[in-house]
Write a protein that binds this ligand. Structure first.
Ligand SMILES: [Zn+2]
Ligand SMILES: [Zn+2]
Length: 490
C-alpha cells in the first residue's frame, strides 16, 4: 500500500537568516518498507558554482529516534542540494542516506536554506511510503554503520626515513585530506576514488563527504587495499566548512552560531578526531564563525593558488603570530576523477599533503598532523619537496638537525636546514613571524641550505618554495610550504 504525503510551504528570507533549518514532520506507520522523497523549489540557482540569481535549498532526514542537536541517533542522511530525490529502505538506500529499519513514528525532513532570494523560497516535498499489507514481508536489517576507534593497522606504504640523533624514526607518507564521492556531491564511487589515489602513488586518502558518514562503510570494505583510508566528514554549515578526520560516527552540521560550532568542536575532540577549517577564503566559501580557537588544523592550500589561497595563507600567518599553533594542511576538494568528467581544472592530490609518521596507519597520519610534522606540495610526483629541520646542539660537525616541523626550539641562535627537491629555478622563501627574512634562488634539483638565525623574540620559522606557473604575467605561486618550527615562548 502506498501512502503519499505532500509537504509544501514558503520560507521567508528573514526566517532563513535567523535559522536556516526548517523541519517538516511526517508520520511513518509500522510495517513501512520503503520511503521515497522528492522535492523542488523556486527558483533554484542554475549558474555554475552558485553564481547568478536564485535560491538553494538543501535536504536531509531524521528518523523517529530524534533530531536533537549533536545527538546523532536519528540522523538518516543528507544530500545537500546535490539530489532532487532519495529513498531509504532496510537493505539499501541512496548514497548519503543510512539504510536500516524504518522506525515507526514521527520523522522529520530537514530543509537547509543555503541561499534565499529576497522573496524567500517556496518548496514542495513529496514523501511516498510503501507500507506492507498483512502477510507481506518487512525486512528489518539493522544499520551496519557503527562506531569504532582510529585504526592502527599498519600498511606497507611510505618511505622509511631515520632522522637525527633523538632516535626518531618514521616514514614520509603522502596523501590527500579532502575529497567527495557520490555519498554527497561528488561524481565517483569511493572505490573509483581509492583506485585513482593508488594509481597516483598516494599513501593515504581521507574521504570527506558533506554532512554524512555513509561512505565510511565503503571505506571499511576497501580496508585491504594498499593505502591508508581515513574516514572523514566535511562539516558543511552556512557559516563555513571544516573537515573532521578519524571518527566513524556522524558529526553534527546544523551550526548556526559560534556556540553550536564550539559544541561540535568539543564533540570531535572528545571522540579523538581532528578538526580542520576548510578553505578560509572568499571563494571557499569562507569561515564566518567568530571563533578561531580550539581547532588543530587549517586547509591553507585548497585547489590552485589562483583560487585565492593567498587569503588563507595570510589568515594562517596571522593566527600563528597570535600564538595559535595551527597546523597547515592541503586538500584538493576533488569532486571527480576519471572515468567521471572533470569538475575542476586540478585533480586528486593537487595539492599533496606529506606527513612524517611514526607508523603507516590511520593513527600514524593523524598523530603526525596533530604534531605539525607536515609539508604541502603541488602534486604527488612532479611536486617539489620541502623539509625544514633545526639543530640546537652547536652546529657542525656534530649537527644532527634532530628537530623538524612541528617541534620547538628554545631560543638564541639556532641552525636551520632546508632540503628542497624538485625546486630548480624556483625561489626559497624563509619566513619568521609572517615576514620573509631571506629569498634564495634554487639552482639545483636537490638542494640543502643551512642558515643560522637568532630566534629570540620570535614565535616561528617556516619555509615556502615559490615560482612561476604558466604565463609570467600571472606571477608566482607557492609550489611547496612547510609548517613552522616553533620558538618556545618565555
Ligand atoms: Zn567545502
Ligand atoms: Zn569539500
Amino acid at each position: 500500500m502506498e501512502k503519499h504525503v505532500r509537504l509544501e510551504g514558503h520560507i521567508p528570507a528573514e526566517r532563513a537568516r535567523q535559522d536556516p533549518y526548517v523541519y517538516l514532520p511526517f508520520s511513518v506507520p509500522p510495517r513501512t518498507r520503503r520511503i521515497d522523497v522528492a522535492y523542488e523549489y523556486v527558483e533554484p540557482v542554475t549558474a555554475p558554482f552558485g553564481m547568478g540569481p536564485g535560491s538553494t535549498l538543501d535536504i536531509g532526514v531524521f528518523d523517529s529516534r530524534g533530531r536533537e542537536f549533536l545527538d546523532g541517533t536519528g540522523f538518516r542522511g543528507w544530500s545537500g542540494a546535490a539530489r532532487s530525490e532519495f529513498f531509504l529502505a532496510p537493505r539499501e538506500s541512496t548514497p548519503g542516506y543510512i539504510r536500516g529499519p524504518l522506525f515507526p513514528g514521527e520523522w522529520n525532513i530537514v530543509l537547509g536554506v543555503a541561499r534565499a532570494e529576497p522573496v524567500g523560497v517556496r518548496y514542495v516535498v513529496d514523501v511516498r511510503l510503501d507500507v506492507a499489507e498483512d502477510g507481506e514481508e518487512v525486512p528489518d536489517d539493522l544499520p551496519v554503520l557503527a562506531g569504532g576507534a582510529v585504526s592502527t593497522v599498519v600498511k606497507p606504504v611510505g618511505q622509511a626515513d631515520e632522522r637525527g640523533s633523538d632516535g626518531r624514526s618514521g616514514r614520509w607518507l603522502k596523501g590527500d585530506l579532502h575529497c567527495h564521492t557520490v555519498h554527497s556531491d561528488g561524481l565517483n564511487t569511493v572505490r573509483e576514488l581509492v583506485d585513482r589515489a593508488i594509481e597516483l602513488g598516494l599513501d593515504f586518502l581521507a574521504v570527506t563527504d558533506h554532512n554524512t558518514n555513509t561512505h565510511h562503510e565503503d571505506i571499511e570494505a576497501l580496508s585491504d587495499r594498499p593505502i591508508i583510508l581515513i574516514p572523514g566528514e566535511e562539516v558543511t554549515t552556512y557559516w563555513g566548512h571544516a573537515n573532521t578526520w578519524g571518527l566513524r560516527e556522524w558529526v553534527e552540521y546544523r551550526c548556526a552560531d559560534q556556540g553550536s560550532m564550539a559544541a561540535v568542536q568539543r564533540f570531535i575532540a572528545e571522540k579523538g578526531g581532528l578538526f580542520s577549517i576548510n578553505h578560509p577564503k572568499c571563494v571557499g566559501p569562507p569561515w564566518l564563525f567568530t571563533g578561531w580557537e580550539g581547532f588543530q588544523s587549517m586547509e591553507v592550500w585548497q585547489a590552485m593558488w589562483r583560487f585565492y589561497n593567498w587569503e588563507s595563507l595570510e589568515r594562517w600567518d596571522n593566527l600563528l603570530q597570535r600564538g595559535e599553533r595551527v597546523v597547515a594542511v592541503g586538500g584538493s576538494d576533488t569532486h571527480s576523477v576519471p572515468p567521471a568528467k572533470p569538475r575542476h581544472p586540478h585533480g586528486l592530490a593537487e595539492p599533496t599533503t606529506w606527513v612524517y609518521a611514526d607508523e603507516a596507519s590511520e593513527a600514524g597520519v593523524l598523530a603526525a598532523i596533530r604534531a605539525g610534522r607536515v609539508f604541502v606540495t603541488d602534486s604527488p610526483e612532479r611536486g617539489s619537496r620541502l623539509v625544514l629541520s633545526a639543530d640546537e646542539d652547536g652546529g657542525p660537525p656534530a649537527a644532527d638537525y634532530g628537530k623538524m616541523m612541528g617541534d620547538e626550539v628554545s631560543g638564541g641562535v639556532v641552525r636551520f636546514r632546508v632540503r628542497v627537491t624538485g625546486g630548480f629555478e624556483r625561489r626559497l622563501w624563509l619566513i619568521a613571524d609572517g615576514e620573509p627574512f631571506d629569498i634564495i634562488p634554487i639552482e639545483t634539483d636537490d638542494a640543502t641550505l643551512d642558515f643560522s638565525l637568532d630566534v629570540s623574540g620570535r614565535r616561528y620559522v617556516r619555509a615556502e618554495l615559490r615560482g612561476r606557473r604558466g604565463r609570467p604575467e600571472r606571477g608566482e605561486v607557492v609550489w611547496a610550504m612547510t609548517n613552522p618550527i616553533w620558538v618556545a615562548q618565555g
